[in-house]
Design a protein around this ligand. Sequence first.
Ligand code: ARG
Length: 588
Amino acid sequence: MTGSIIKQLSAETGAVFSELLLPAEYGKVITSTRDGGAPFQCNGCMAAAKQAGQPPRVLAEKIQQKLQNSPLFASVEVAGPGFLNLTPSAELIQSQANRLAEDPRTGAAVTNDPKKIVIDFGGPNVAKPMHVGHLRSSVIGDSLQRLLRFYGHEVISDIHLGDWGLQMGQLITELELEQPDLCYFDPDFTGPWPTEPPVTIHDLARMYPAASAACKADLERMEKARSATAMLQAGHPGYRALLDHFIAVSITALKKDFSALGVHFDLWKGEAAVHPLIGPMVEKFKQDGFAESSDGALIIKVSEETDKKELPPLILVSSAKAALYATTDLATILDRRDNIAPDIILYVVDLGQSSHFEQVFRAAAKTGIFPKERLEHIKFGTVNGTDGKRFRTRSGGTMRLSDLLAQANDAALARMAEAGIAADLCEDERKDIARMVGLAAIKFADLKNVRTTNYVFDLERFTSFEGKTGPYLLYAAVRMKSILRKAKDQGIVSGRIDPKETTETELVLLLDDFDRALESAVSHRAPHILCEHVYDLAQGFSRFYSNCQVLAAKDSQTTASRLRLVETSLQQLETGLELLGIETPDRM
Ligand code: ARG
């Protein structure tokens, strides 16, 4: 039997329940919550007592009898009403330590049920500035894509750009006002369309807020933008050529931002890409009787009797004859179903869009496009400023990703200078370290929270080298690397792990817990569970290192064993951080 200690003990205990003709699941072993006692426990006797027709304590004693001779346990004790407190044997801990050390995955299992999973990100909108909500989506979504892949699933990530809404009509009309002579606005021009874009990303960044403000202030202007949007959606060739330019210009800029963030997408598709599917899809919904008219619009009813709050119908086509956000999302499901055939689609989008996704998922199920239980909204909360309100720039605008990264970088440099970190390294290396520290700070501060909660954006706290922060973890990894470098310089090699001290055994048990943390993080789509693990590991390592001499241990065998523990800890810490999208420097 291989697998983590917890899995091995569960199997052994489960087999004893089976022997007593009780379901093996009652044998499930968990990490003990009490400090100082046995590291594991099994609470199954309480649950099984009724079925066994015996008081839980009696059942627990029976199981204890049978387990006592197993080589996996050092001790099995019955406590309280019928808990089993379990301590693994020294042999088991030792052999497991060496198994982890030899495994490049340091014990993390791979799924036996691999799936094809599409991850849809809360795609930034073309021309509109990206805000911290988009940052959360990319940080969480990226960690999920790494976690799911590492666990053995096939993942296709799609940025899912917002490139099809009213903002496009607003931009087109804005450009027409600024440069009416462009060929895109000439009704007699038939192409070919220029390959050079008529605008830069800076033009777009300036034009969109101007257009949006003008439309808000002036109804006539808004009408123009609406009608340009409708013409674009109806296939106006000049407008379509413009849209393609806007998208291309935005993608180039976004690629730069996202690569600075270390986030990569397999697909750079957007809402516009599925436009051709919308007409036939809507027709089919009409024919099949799923779509109905209501006040000039076409809707799909999605409310259910059991709803506590009434869910409004999904609007497929507005009274102004425009396809809306939900329509595109339905067409996108259709596109993915036919071209990718995923088992599951995850949408990493803020929780403010919960009703939208509930409508879309119900409509997808109702119309038979895709089963609802294979569509998941991976919700997350907002990022707030220290004033408790939604995070904004000092002047009240939305913060751009590039500015945010620059700020994190500056904060990291300041913190490093304060703590004397990387002080003796050359300028270039120090800068590169600050980049990694800044990114680690932002990403870890985001990922460590249960994703549905809101958090306060506080660079001062995020960049601290103490506490539960990204920089603390980088520092821990660098410390391990430095021990290994010293060992190499002194010609010391690692050997078989033979844990003797309590802090060594505890470190092995922590390392062994990676498997559980990974499985739990994957099944709950919850990177914070992995954050907990890497943080616990770094702390466990720190306790070990302050208790146990490594390079100057009492004999060479102990040194070799401890060195191997350092190597394994580093391997796992770096793997864990990589799954969070966090890069570690070699030194600081
Ligand atoms: N572009 C949208 C926004 O900025 C997010 C898109 C999320 N993904 C989706 N399939 N609806 O709010």
